[in-house]
Design a protein around this ligand. Sequence first.
Ligand code: FE2
Length: 287
Amino acid sequence: MRNITIENLTDAVIKAMSDDIPARNREIMTSLLRHVHEFCKEVNLTYDEWTEGMEFLRRAGDISSDARNEFILIADIIGMEVLVDMIDKKPTHGETVPTVLGPFYRDNPPVLPKGASIIQKDFENQETLKVTGQIRDTAGNPVPGVTIDVWEDAPNGLYEQQDPDQPDYNLRGRFETDADGRYEFVCIRPVPYPIPYDGAAGELLNYMGHHPWRPGHIHFLIQKDGYKTLISQIYDSETEYLDNDSVFAVKEALIGQLKKAPAGSGSDLEMEFDFVIRSNEMLQAAE
Ligand SMILES: [Fe+2]
């Protein structure tokens, strides 16, 4: 097409797509093209600003590696990861609200018996926390044999893979629910931490005048064959940043109450938190 103008460009690019592409490709690209073009027009984007944006993306690529995906951090601070999570993983039958996995999950954590501690190294300022609860299905029945991966940051605000002074897989564990669907483990009261801001995501936070901090939370990945996997985070009700999480992942239903543990119970604090998971059968029955 010749005689491209501001007015006819968007349709020209959409029309350039082949008829042979999958319908979903067409749907995604048509909408993306319309929004990107509209954005440039709406803000009257200058050529210098566009160049700076392209350089920003190049720097994001440069700092990315197998261990660090800067684009996910960028998506997090613009609320995109949590938006996709809410759209795609929306609870449909009363199951526990999910939230984002985050960049610090590691598979194959130590398999531990019910009640065990995930603490491999003590910190001076730590408060130990016993977490207990039950996993039920959407009909209220306890679900035994559920695999629960938990992970959290240390009192210095770092996950073990960010910190050479922590043992491998520190503050990570894999547990299983017992015959009554109950689980229990001991960890450390989680503390707020900043998402990595030494790269392009940090530049964007500066550009937006936002901070990198996340409220203290414990991550959960809850899985059992025949059930929808639940990925969530439980927040400490007394932590900072519950109302201005840098990645917008906090939900009221995921705030846990940490209480002082009775003397002699083996931990400083305790928290009870139950989860509801949905069986695939139940979903099929409802359809
Ligand atoms: Fe986290």
